[in-house]
Structures are given as structure tokens and as C-alpha cells.
Design a protein around this ligand. Structure first.
Ligand code: SAM
Length: 284
């Protein structure tokens, strides 16, 4: 019998993906986890009824979360990176492509996501977990940023939606912890959902950023498996000049890095910050 796995993120809109083969399904200590194969999207991971990634389109989001902050910082300053969430290893894979990065710490609350991703989604992390520059810590991101003595040039929050265990990753306390753990100059990137479907999600983050960081902005990506319009990533920095790094400089850094990218280009980096009116209005 055909199994359709429904995404239950939106109250008035449902979509479903056909599961040709279910590889894993269980309740972890923190959330419901299912990994299955779909003929169009490849291998799919969902947590608590929400698509986290598919192996065919994950490169879009993972490249844009990693390369926008790191090429903005440049090789001289992109040395220490903290990832909160991201237990599948996709962001870590992209971050570690930067030779300038000396240390990359990943803090995910759910060990099962990390273990199952290594087992069933090895093409996502591509060995990143075994890189000598990488460290994985199983902990709550809020607690980690509040207590760590380490300082980071970039913090990338690759979290689930603001319900369940990730709700705390959208609070003032967490963003203040991130601000504390950032070097100067430093950048924080967060995922902020679909502005069309959940406008309050982006608006809430931007309101908090406006009282904590010197600079804030929204940029957009098109993620085929995040159904419901463009997907918002948020930028916050303690340095107002970082976001203005000229296109020519970004292009020079990208070329010098030799990092092959499929979605990210210097032009896309710059253009992603151009917002449709309805999104700009939420990004006050
Ligand atoms: N790309 C995905 C998306 O935006 O839909 C996110 C993928 S990643 C698998 C999300 C991770 O965030 C999960 O592994 C989850 O365990 C982790 N997470 C949720 N709440 C967390 C918290 N409070 N601290 C650290 N990690 C958390």
C-alpha cells in the first residue's frame, strides 16, 4: 500500500510526500523522526511532521547558510564557527570546505538525529563529522551559548521550527547568548521559515535582532521541499560594514577558495538580500 507522509507544519494547508521505502521511524528523546526515500526528492528526513531536508535540494539551504557569512568575513576572519542544530551535518560540510576555518563546533540537542544521519544520510555530511577541525556536542543550544568561554566568528543556527525543542532558539535569551559568544566582527545566521506562511516568525526575530545587534537583514532562498514560498534566513552582526562587502571582493574570495557551489554564486549572495515588499515589511 502506498504511504504518504504528511507535513503538518501549517494549520490550514497540508502537503504529503510519497514514501517509497521507510528506513527509520521512531520517537527520539526529543522528537518524532522519520527517514524515507522519495523518487523525486531522494532521501528525506522529517522531524515532528516537518521536512528537514531532502538529498536532492539540501545543497541550496546548506550553501546559503554557510557561504554568505563566511565569504562576507573573508579568509582572514572566518576561522571559528559554531553551528547550533544542524545534526545532519550539511552545514558543517559546507563550513569545512573553507580552508580558513580552524574549528567548527556543532551543538545539537538530539544524538539520534546525528547518529541516524551518519547511518542513512552519509552523502549529506560527506565525512564532515570525522574532520579533525570538527567537534560535536550533544546539548541544548541555549545552554551552550550562555555558558561557553569560546568565541566564534560565525554562528549558524540550523534549527527546526519554533515549536518543540527549538522554540527556545527564537528567544531573546538565546540571541543574547549568541551575541555574547561572537567575536568582533561576527555574524549570526538563523533560519526563519516561510514569510508568506508564518510572517510572525521572521517579524519576531527581526524585532529581537533590532535591540541586540548593530546590523540585521533578511535574505531569501528557494527551497523546493519547503513548500509555501521563499524561505527566509536572517543575518545579524555586531559590525555594520560586513554586509556591505562589495560584490567584486566576494567574487574574488569565492574564486580564491576554489569551493565548488551549485546554488551559491557571488551574484546570488548579493541578490538574495533584495526583498519583495511583503518580506521587507516584516524585516523592520
Ligand atoms: N534544515 C532544517 C530545517 O530548517 O528544517 C534543519 C535541520 S537540523 C536536522 C535541525 C536540528 O535542530 C535537529 O537535529 C534538532 O535536534 C536540532 N535542535 C532543535 N532544538 C535544538 C536546541 N534547543 N538545541 C540544539 N539543537 C536543537
Amino acid at each position: 500500500m502506498t504511504r504518504w507522509v504528511e507535513e503538518t507544519l501549517h494549520p490550514n494547508f497540508r502537503c504529503a510526500l510519497k514514501a517509497d521505502r521507510v528506513l527509520y521511524e521512531n520517537q527520539t528523546e526529543h522528537q518524532h523522526l522519520i527517514i524515507f526515500d522519495n523518487e523525486t526528492f531522494g532521501r528525506v528526513m522529517m522531524l515532528d511532521g516537518v521536512v528537514q531536508l531532502s538529498t536532492t535540494d539540501e545543497f541550496i539551504y546548506h550553501e546559503m547558510m554557510s557561504h554568505v557569512p563566511l565569504f562576507s568575513l573573508g579568509a582572514e576572519r572566518a576561522k571559528r564557527v559554531l553551528i547550533i542544530g544542524g545534526g545532519d551535518g550539511g552545514v558543517m560540510r559546507e563550513v569545512l570546505k573553507h580552508k580558513s576555518v580552524e574549528r567548527c563546533v556543532l551543538v545539537d540537542i538530539d544524538r539520534t538525529v546525528v547518529d541516524l544521519s551518519k547511518e542513512h544520510l552519509p552523502e549529506v555530511s560527506q565525512g564532515a563529522f570525522d574532520d579533525p577541525r570538527a567537534e560535536v556536542i550533544i546539548a541544548d543550544g541555549v545552554k551552550y551559548v550562555a555558558e561557553t568561554d569560546e568565541r566564534f566568528d560565525a554562528i549558524i543556527v540550523d534549527s527546526t521550527e519554533p515549536v518543540g525543542p527549538a522554540a527556545v532558539l527564537f528567544t531573546r535569551g538565546f540571541f543574547e547568548g549568541c551575541a555574547r559568544a561572537l567575536n568582533k566582527p561576527g555574524v549570526l545566521i538563523t533560519q526563519n521559515g516561510l514569510p508568506f506562511m508564518h510572517p510572525d516568525h521572521l517579524r519576531g526575530t527581526m524585532e529581537l535582532f533590532s535591540t541586540i545587534f548593530a546590523d540585521r537583514a533578511t535574505y531569501l532562498v528557494d527551497q523546493p521541499t519547503y513548500f509555501g514560498g521563499p524561505f527566509a534566513l536572517a543575518w545579524a552582526s555586531n559590525d555594520t560594514s560586513l554586509r556591505d562587502t562589495p560584490l567584486e571582493e566576494i567574487a574574488k574570495r569565492h574564486a580564491a577558495s576554489g569551493i565548488p557551489t551549485r546554488y551559491y554564486t557571488p551574484d546570488v549572495h548579493k541578490a538574495a538580500f533584495a526583498l519583495p515588499g511583503y518580506v521587507a515589511k516584516l524585516s523592520v
